[in-house]
Design a protein around this ligand. Structure first.
Ligand code: ADE
Length: 310
């Protein structure tokens, strides 16, 4: 069974409670596992409950094996709990229920990790209105609803920390412009909420994983499209990132080590965003330079320039 570990000290999050949306697969699962390893009870939420239940079963056994190995006994009084909740984050009522059931069950909600998201590859010109709206609803509006409910139902009175997982859209996001726009919205939302909710002791940060983070789920989502092999050669690290390199950074942002960090976006991409070319532009001659020579030729034959220019 695959190991779970952390660079942080065991027990760091004992007695804490977190919600991780999209916590049954890929990066979300690694975040949930590391939080549990550190003592935090976790509610993982997803639209697909059967897949989530089966992932949760596996996660529970990985954690219980890991914790009992570490303790040297079969029991642990701080054993963290893991529950699953079916929730479509696009639906306001379902988000309200996700938060209220968490607070009812555990009596608190310390951390909220907005990891659920979804998009599809397409040039912008081919994205339908429906496809665009679906991606914005999930990635931007869904994240907003989750932040708002976590705040209103618990964190406004009790404080807490939120981490919004976004994407590496620093240079635009050609081929997934919808998600780039939505994630850039979340990037800005993060800053607004960090200010508006500071007086409740709520920290709000974002984390942008690079496009070179490998997970089986991400690979499967794009089917035959191989997103990863070319990334590796053109990456400063000459390797792919791992999900535990994201979960550790999330745990840092949730931990007291980041108690003075809020409104920040942490790029965890091995400098990939600074180095990579994201889109091949075919050879073309469509970009017309502005020149004074051409402009004055037009001016002599065109009366508007003589009247409209100073
Ligand atoms: N993962 C992808 N889309 C989602 C949604 N709408 N709700 C919850 N998890 C999701």
């Amino acid at each position: 069974m695959a190991a779970v570990s952390s660079v942080f000290r065991r027990g760091l999050f004992n007695g804490r409670v977190a919600v991780v949306t999209g916590g049954g697969t890929g990066i979300g699962q690694a975040i949930a596992l590391e939080l549990m390893y550190l003592g935090c009870s976790v509610v993982v939420a997803s639209r697909k409950i059967e897949r989530l239940e089966s992932a949760a079963k596996d996660m529970r056994s990985r954690i219980s094996q890991q914790l009992s190995l570490a303790e040297g006994t079969g029991s642990n009084k701080h054993a963290p709990d893991l529950s699953v909740v079916k929730c479509n984050i696009r639906e306001e009522k379902e988000v309200q229920r996700l938060v209220s059931s968490t607070v009812e069950k555990y009596g608190r909600l310390d951390f909220f990790v907005n990891n659920a998201g979804g998009q599809f590859l397409s040039p912008a010109a081919n994205i339908s209105h429906k496809g665009w709206t679906a991606v914005i609803d999930t990635n931007l509006t869904g994240t907003f609803l989750c932040c708002r409910e976590a705040y209103k139902q618990w964190m406004q009175e009790n404080g807490g920390a939120i981490v919004n997982i976004i994407a590496d859209m620093y240079k635009g996001f050609p081929s997934m412009s919808h998600t780039g726009a939505a994630r850039a919205g979340v990037d800005n939302l993060t800053k607004s909420l960090a200010i508006e909710w500071a007086d409740s002791g709520v920290r709000v940060n974002a984390l942008a994983p690079g496009s070179a983070i490998y997970s089986d789920t991400a690979a499967a989502n794009y089917g035959d499209i191989d997103l990863f092999s070319h990334v590796k050669e053109s990456h400063p690290t000459k390797r792919l990132g791992r999900v535990e390199e994201i979960s550790g950074a999330v745990c840092f942002l949730l931990s007291p080590a980041a108690s003075f960090v809020s409104g920040e976006t942490l790029y965890v991409d091995g400098a990939g965003r600074l180095y990579q070319r994201m889109w091949e532009i075919p050879e073309h001659n469509k970009s017309k330079a502005y020149t004074w020579e051409e402009d004055s030729k037009e001016g002599s034959s065109n009366s508007h320039t003589t009247t409209s220019k100073l």
